[in-house]
Design a protein around this ligand. Structure first.
Ligand code: AMP
Ligand code: MG
Length: 389
């Protein structure tokens, strides 16, 4: 006889408790050495300090003339041209100037730049306004950073400016948190792959594709496994194989109360189930297990439930593993433009578009029907409305 119990053996826990359990279990992955050009999006696990000054020598910040600042003569002999990337062998003194390009080293004797727009040069002489403040348009040694400066503190997320600074410093191969590999398994007798033709009673899988995209968007590596039928042996083998190859496994479907919802018992057989029901909507049957050090999230099958559960529970866990300190999206308080129905006994997440009115109050508009099969309710949404229990 198939088990068709009308009561779950797992107690319903509040969302906050579920998050607490997840954060107790997940740990950042061990930092590894990663080449600079592969570092985008990774979190650094070491401090980066400057071993050189930037600029390494005083340079001009303008195209113009290098001069002695206190020189008040209005006409000076031009000694030559100092281009970027070269070093002219002249010294600037009273009554002389050197034509200079942006980024070129300041010639000896010069301590200010007069922009070309304020000058006229004819027959080897340049007319200038006169004395200027010392240091005008000079980019002094170490102004951007100096030897010993902490340039990128550990814990920073590497973005384009960090990549640029690492290149400036001549650094590569830095200690950083690796990206976890996450296996995604869609379950269900009725599910076929996206490029297959559904038979009678079947539908195409959307969840494993959406979840893989969400995993990549989070910065982790997604590995899609072909859908597994609602069969204990098949699920057991697929999950066992997935946990041996990845740091996280995400399943979709098969965690509810149906006779063919076999993910929970299989997880319990393979490892430890930490919770099997959470007071959230959508996503009540969300399940968390650990099997041989791999974390398994059993997400519900309804498309909205699986993606919203991913957002609320899997994404923060992946961010911990990737070394992020900031786990959550920004939160604001918003006013509803309309009434909404809601389940008072669960923390509910409704998909909405929020807009700030004249830089002040946020206003939320629903994306329409919130039924958990309707993936389109997530399209265009820029917010999840958290409606408290
Ligand atoms: P389950 O959680 O397995 O009871 O599935 C709940 C509902 O979600 C059922 O209507 C399923 O057909 C549907 N569903 C389950 N898995 C998927 C999937 N991978 N893609 C789209 N719909 C799914
Ligand atoms: Mg199912």
């Amino acid at each position: 006889m198939r088990d068709f119990a009308n009561e779950s053996r797992y107690p319903m826990i509040p969302m906050e408790k579920a998050i607490e359990i997840i954060l107790e279990i997940v740990r950042p992955l061990h930092p590894v050495s990663i080449a600079r050009d592969e570092l985008l999006g990774h979190v650094l696990a070491e401090d980066v300090r400057a071993e050189e000054n930037m600029p390494p020598f005083a340079t001009s910040h303008m195209d113009g003339y290098a001069v002695v600042a206190t020189d008040d003569s209005k006409r000076r002999r031009v000694l030559g041209e100092q281009d970027a990337g070269a070093q002219l062998d002249v010294t600037v003194r009273q009554g002389t100037a050197v034509r200079i390009m942006t980024g070129a080293p300041l010639p000896p004797g010069a301590d200010a730049i007069i922009p070309v727009e304020e000058t006229t040069e004819t027959d080897g002489y340049v007319s200038l306004p006169g004395a200027v403040p010392e240091g005008q348009w000079v980019h002094p040694v170490g102004q951007d950073y100096a030897v010993g400066d902490l340039i990128i503190p550990k814990g920073s997320v590497v973005g384009p400016p960090e990549i640029g600074l690492l290149a400036n410093l001549g650094r590569s191969d830095l200690l950083a948190y690796p990206k976890p590999r996450v296996a995604v398994i869609a379950t269900g007798d009725e599910i076929v792959a996206a490029d297959e033709t559904p038979g009678p009673g079947q539908i195409r899988d959307g969840n494993s594709y959406a979840l893989c995209a969400a995993i990549r968007e989070t910065g982790a590596i997604a590995q899609r496994v072909n859908r597994i039928v609602d069969n204990r042996r098949a699920l057991y083998e697929a999950i066992l194989e997935a946990v041996s190859e990845t740091s996280v496994v995400v399943t979709s479907g098969g965690v509810s109360m149906g006779t063919r919802d076999l993910v929970k018992p299989v997880l319990a057989e393979l490892g430890t189930v930490h919770f099997g029901r959470v007071a959230v909507k959508p996503g009540k049957p969300l399940t968390l297990a650990t099997i041989k050090g791999t974390i398994v999230f059993g997400l519900p099958g309804f498309p909205v439930s699986s993606l919203v559960s991913f957002e609320n529970f899997v994404r923060p866990a992946l961010r911990v593993m990737m070394g992020h300190r900031a786990l959550w999206r920004p939160e604001v308080t918003a006013y509803l433009r309309h009434d909404i129905a809601h389940k008072p006994d669960r923390t509910e997440f409704q998909r909405a578009v929020i807009r700030q009115k004249n830089g002040g109050t946020w206003w939320a508009t629903t994306t329409g029907s919130q039924v958990s099969s309707r993936l389109r309710s997530l399209m265009g949404a820029n917010a999840l409305l958290r409606i408290p229990r």
